[in-house]
Design a protein around this ligand. Sequence first.
Ligand code: KIV
Length: 280
Amino acid sequence: MSTGHSDRQSSTRRVTAPDIRARKGADTPIVALTAYHAHTARLADDHVDLLLVGDSLGMVLYGFGSTVPVTLEQMITHGRVVASAVRHALVVVDMPFGSYEESPAQAFRNAARVLKQTGAGAVKLEGGARMAETIRFLVERGVPVMAHVGLTPQSVNTLGGFFAQGREEEQWPAIRADAQAVAEAGAFCVVLEAMAEPLAREITKECPIPTIGIGASPACDGQILVMEDMLGLNPHPPKFVKAYADLRREIDHAIAAYAEDVRARRFPAPRHTYGMKRKK
Ligand code: KIV
C-alpha cells in the first residue's frame, strides 16, 4: 500500500477499499478528489489515492439546482469513463437519490449494476444510522461502501438548504451516532461533509474507519474536494474550498483570444492549414 506521492507513482496496483480502510490514523492523510471525465481522471490519477464519481456532477456538469435529479444511468456512464481511464486510484461511484433508500435489496440490485457496468471498486451512499442495515447488507454481499454523514446534499429538500452541521452541541449525539453506525455496519471509510471542526475531530478520534473531510477540518484522516471547485471553475464555491487554479479566468481569456483571432483572420495561420500533396 502506498502512502506518499513518489511511492505511489512507482506502484501499478490499484488501490482497494481495504487499502483505504487500513489508512485509519496514518501519518499521511488520504487524498481524494471527484472526477467525472476520462481526461481529468487520468491527470488526477497521478496524484490521488481515491477518485469519487460524485453525484455532484448533477450540479457541476448538468447544471441542476441539486443532486436530486441525477439518475443511475448518468452515474454509470460517468463511472465507466473514469474507471476505464484510471490505473492506480480507487474509483468510487455515488449511488444517486432514489437508487438505494427503499430497501437493502434495491440498494444491492443497483450497486451491483454500478460495479458490473463501470469497473469501479466501491460505491458511496448518503446517510448514517438509517442506512446502517443497507450498508451491512451490501458489504456482506461483496459491495464495498463509502459512507457519507454530516451535510447530506441528497436531503436538501428536507434540510431546507446546504447548511454546515454540528455547529450547535445539541446536534452532536445524532451525528456521532451516524458515524459510529456506518463504521459498525462495515463501511470502509466515511465522508464528513460541512461539519464543525470540534465535532469532526471527535468523530475522527472515536470512529474506527478513516474519515474523509470536505469542509470538516484538517482533523480528518483524509480530504476530498470537488475537482471543478479546486480548479477555480465554480463562481460561487463553498467556504471550505481552496482554489488551486483560476481556470474560469484562463478559459475566458483563451476563448476571447480565439474569437479575436478568428474575427481578425489571424487564425488559422499557415501552420494550421493543409496544402496539396506534391505530385511524384
Ligand atoms: O457528490 C460528491 O461530489 C460528493 C463529495 C462532495 C464528497 O459527495
